[in-house]
Design a protein around this ligand. Structure first.
Ligand code: ZN
Length: 600
């Protein structure tokens, strides 16, 4: 057993989640965490909403809200969305907690002391008419990279690249249209070149990464430049240095604070658990954290932050770069074991776009369909290692032909027949098992090794394919054995044996599918007469800020109960009732209805 950190990218709190957001890494990280817990590992799964930065400030300005008010709204919406999908976070929190501010400032100070954060004179914008600093969000111009004509001072929303206001072509103040004047100003920079060697050594020892992620990360090291980590902005974490702490016009840059969330959320979880030092078991490089592994889940547009920036921060804080140094009070911190990046999902052949209504929000989806129907689609057809397309026709087909006609049918017919003819889990005939019985049981048992290994190696598409192969074998077995034909009293023992075998394989397949389909797995467990928690679920809790800030909702849960990753023999004689269908067959008319909802 080891300690496994499942660190999931932080959704930006400027709107509800759509299914593209949760397909790449939201659901897959939950599948991974659930499997690792079932296999006996001590898992800590953390994330939260990312709430600082210019876009939230701009949107809040437009709606006449404070940034905190806007973040409060979407933090809650996102917590509810993720809860609806059954994502089993130990803690899903947010970046506006006082705990997060303190941890971000601790990392900043530690890196600064070690010389990996350096002040640099750079060119900042001021308004010529007022002489005051012009925050990044008030400057607009043409993106020098893609030519988009409404790029902001800190970022281009079209190509996603980070910018400096001075890079913009034809910059203009959004307040009064004047051309800003650029004057010398001081900002802090992360000295990435001083950390390049330690990053290269770390990348050289990585195993099992998707090759494109490793290649991309190595290429980034060839051209590392110092990177600005403070901005002209009022909304964010204050700079924790004398002479800077009180300044309201300079803040730590949102990407610097957000990646530190993995650590601050782990610390918050530990503080809430009653053992404030417990986080060290997943993070520390000394004895207590030595067996720990950390897996970071994100979309491919975020690789740089997880394979370069975040490890650079951890190494710099630990005093491990070219300038050496001493670890801060949190001690020496582990670098990521693996960066698991997914590709993109498109919708009916187009990019997701809220403004063009090429979108389906998680909450709307869950109003009309079951969470496990979406989780199934994501597992079999999600953007694991290629960009993939969500279409309603394909969703319908996967749901009806595979989930309902394959797995749902196996559950339904085997339990119905056993309930009707025996009213309980039947015994195996003393005459024993046939070759066909043994073969099917062996296929199911072997699934624990193959499916488990594939999930551990982030090959979830193949993993669920193997689990569904067990389902297909069991359906074939039932058709061939035809227990419904064994009507005579003399044949009843053989009928009992067939149904016993079928139910055992249903139970095993259900365990294999539990990480993917936790809601229905709990139901199938109960249909087999099981009691108690099979697949634990997250809960939303309203909590106080630990350090006196405003309260907020978190997603958390007790995941110590639940099925283990093993075949459990079904107890003969356990009562069975006639089952209710676990999955819903969808009417083909939903395809046209859903397409009509999409914007042109
Ligand atoms: Zn651009």
């Amino acid at each position: 057993m080891s300690h496994v950190l499942a660190a999931v990218a932080w959704p930006y709190a400027n709107g509800p989640r759509h299914i593209g957001h949760v397909s790449g890494f939201g659901v897959p990280s939950d599948v991974f965490a659930r499997y690792m817990r079932m296999a006996g590992h001590d898992v800590l799964m953390v994330s939260g909403t990312d709430e600082h930065g210019t876009p939230i400030q701009v949107q809040a300005d437009a709606e006449g809200l404070t940034p905190r008010e806007l973040a409060d709204r979407y933090n809650r919406v996102i917590v509810e969305d993720l809860h609806g999908l059954g994502l089993s976070y130990d803690l899903f929190t947010r970046t506006t907690t006082r705990n997060h501010y303190a941890v971000v400032q601790e990392l900043f100070e530690g890196m600064y002391r070690n010389g990996y954060i350096v002040p640099k004179t750079t060119m900042g914008a001021i308004s010529p008419s007022t002489g005051r600093t012009l925050p990044d969000r008030y400057i607009e111009g043409t993106c020098p990279i893609c030519g988009y004509d409404s790029a902001r001072g800190d970022q281009c929303d079209n190509c996603g690249n980070q910018l400096d206001p001075i890079d913009l072509i034809d910059p203009k103040s959004k307040i009064n249209g004047e051309t800003p004047k650029f004057v010398e100003t001081e900002h802090f920079f992360l000295d990435l070149p001083a950390l390049a060697e330690v990053l290269r050594q770390w990348l050289d020892t990585r195993e099992g990464w998707r090759p494109n992620v490793l290649r991309f990360s190595r290429n980034l090291l060839d051209d590392l430049q110092p990177r600005a980590i403070t901005r002209d902005l009022e909304w964010g974490v204050p700079i924790p240095l004398d002479g800077w702490r009180e300044r309201t016009d300079k803040r730590i840059y949102v990407w610097f604070d957000a990646v530190i969330g993995y650590l601050s959320a782990s610390i918050e979880w530990a503080r809430r658990s009653g053992d404030p030092e417990a986080w060290r078991r997943w993070w520390s490089t000394d004895a207590e954290g030595k067996d720990s592994q950390s897996y970071y889940f994100m979309g491919k547009d975020n690789i740089v932050f997880h394979s370069v920036i975040w490890p650079a921060l951890l190494a710099g804080y630990s005093g491990e770069g070219a300038r050496d140094g001493e670890p801060g009070r949190l001690g020496r911190l582990n670098l990521p074991t693996e960066v698991v990046s997914s590709e993109f999902l498109t919708m009916e052949g187009r990019k997701f776009s809220s403004s063009r209504r090429v979108v389906i929000y998680v909450r709307d989806f869950l109003e009309r369909y079951d969470a496990d129907a979406l989780r199934y689609f994501i597992a079999v057809a999600g953007p694991e290692s290629n960009d993939t397309d969500f279409t309603w026709a394909e969703f319908l087909r996967r749901n009806n032909d595979e989930l309902v006609a394959g797995w749902g049918n196996l559950v339904n017919r085997s339990i119905s027949m056993a309930a009707k003819n025996f009213g309980e889990i039947p015994a195996v005939d003393p005459a024993g098992l046939t070759e066909a019985d043994e073969a099917l049981l062996a296929v199911a048992r072997a699934g624990f090794t193959t499916v488990g290994d594939l999930i551990a190696r982030h090959r979830q598409k193949q993993a669920i394919g193997e689990a569904m192969r067990v389902v297909a074998e069991a359906n074939k077995y039932l058709s061939e054995q035809a227990p419904w034909k064994l009507k005579d009293a003399a044949d009843k023992p053989r009928m009992g044996t067939i149904l016993h075998v079928a139910l055992q394989v249903v139970s095993d397949a259900n365990t294999l599918l539990t990480p993917f389909l936790p809601h229905s797995a709990q139901q199938v467990h109960q249909l087999l007469g099981g009691t108690g928690v099979h697949a634990p679920m997250p809960v939303i809790e309203e909590v106080e800020d630990l350090d006196g800030g405003p309260g907020y909702p978190v997603l958390t849960g007790d995941y110590t109960q639940g099925a283990r990753w093993e075949s459990v023999p079904l107890p003969v004689g356990r009562p069975l009732a006639a089952p209710k269908p676990v999955f819903r067959k969808l009417d083909p008319s939903i395809v046209d209805e859903e397409l009509a909802r999409l914007g042109g």
